[in-house]
Design a protein around this ligand. Sequence first.
Ligand code: LRH
Ligand code: MN
Length: 388
Amino acid sequence: MTDLSAVKAALKSQRIETPSWAYGNSGTRFKVFRQEGVPRNPYEKLDDAAQVHAATGVAPIVSLHIPWDLTDDYAALSTYAKERGLTLGAINSNLFQDDDYKLGSVANADPAIRRKAVDHLLECVDIMDATGSRDLKLWFADGTNYPGQDDIVTRQDRFAEALAEVYARLGEDQRMLLEYKLFEPAFYTTDVPDWGTSYAHCLKLGEKAQVVVDTGHHAPGTNIEFIVAFLLREKKLGGFDFNSRFYADDDLMVGSADPFQLFRIMHEVAKNNGLAPETGVAFMLDQCHNIEAKIPAIIRSVMNVQEATAKALLVDLDALRAAQLAGDVLEANAVLMDAYNTDVRPLLAEVRTELGIDPDPMAAYRASGWASRIVSERVGGEQAGWGA
Ligand code: LRH
Ligand code: MN
């Protein structure tokens, strides 16, 4: 039988990391629809993140993206975060918006451009030292568009060399999280296209190198929870970039396109001790709210992760194991579906009440008046965005 107090304890200690860039303007190559009240600097992004944490109680960490969150005093930014009950999380590098990186960054044939790229990554580690961040999150747009454009193996050699130099720079408690993505912006080869490539590089680098699973970065039909289970078994799952998609890297609210997939992922996480802080899995959101109001969208996203987690924690693992060992296919599937079909919203309302916050985060945010306040206060200045 599932111990509800243990389930509640796990839900109260869950920590979800929200991305600074999701508070800024974002869009597609067709259009970026600007929104009133959008932050104009990293400090205002933290103010908005603090609203998400106030409403949910489980989102006290904010990941930064460099140079989108460039500032001249990261220690001051870190203090500002702390004063609002937040900490600064993963530092995301950006080697995908500079003209020099058209043919690649760390995999570019030009050694001077590779040097420039590695220097950016080393600068990101300097920023981690200032913010006290544990994780350097690396995603590379590097790849090719046409067969023959560059040599696949040579580019992997360049990658290995660059990653090794950055790995050597990491401090004692610091990690590098290597993200993979099937395609886009490259459309023939991507140098880190799948979990296997990331895993292989991380194995060679050492225990401070872990794999990030961005749920929008797989070929359609990929069984992501298999990848998650495998990486947890190998102690190589560093974290998630949670979002959801109907087609490609849509970066929609996690759990909005396929809540059952998110449940299956969180089932593998929960049953393989992935929720335990010592396992070190970073639960990060990586989303773009192109048409919907950003702060409530992020609150909804945090709630979607909580609901999938609560359902996963309600799986009767003893009954599941017994059915699996008995080869009782239908019963095993039924045990899982019983948990998935459980309405966990009352349980989460109880958890929030016990955390001393409003049982309804969306109502709490509406009642805060923050949405209209930022529209009236944030007038003028340059709204934050991808700057692409
Ligand atoms: C790439 C990605 C990566 C981030 C970017 C904002 O698609 O998922 O994690 O750097 O989005
Ligand atoms: Mn991502």
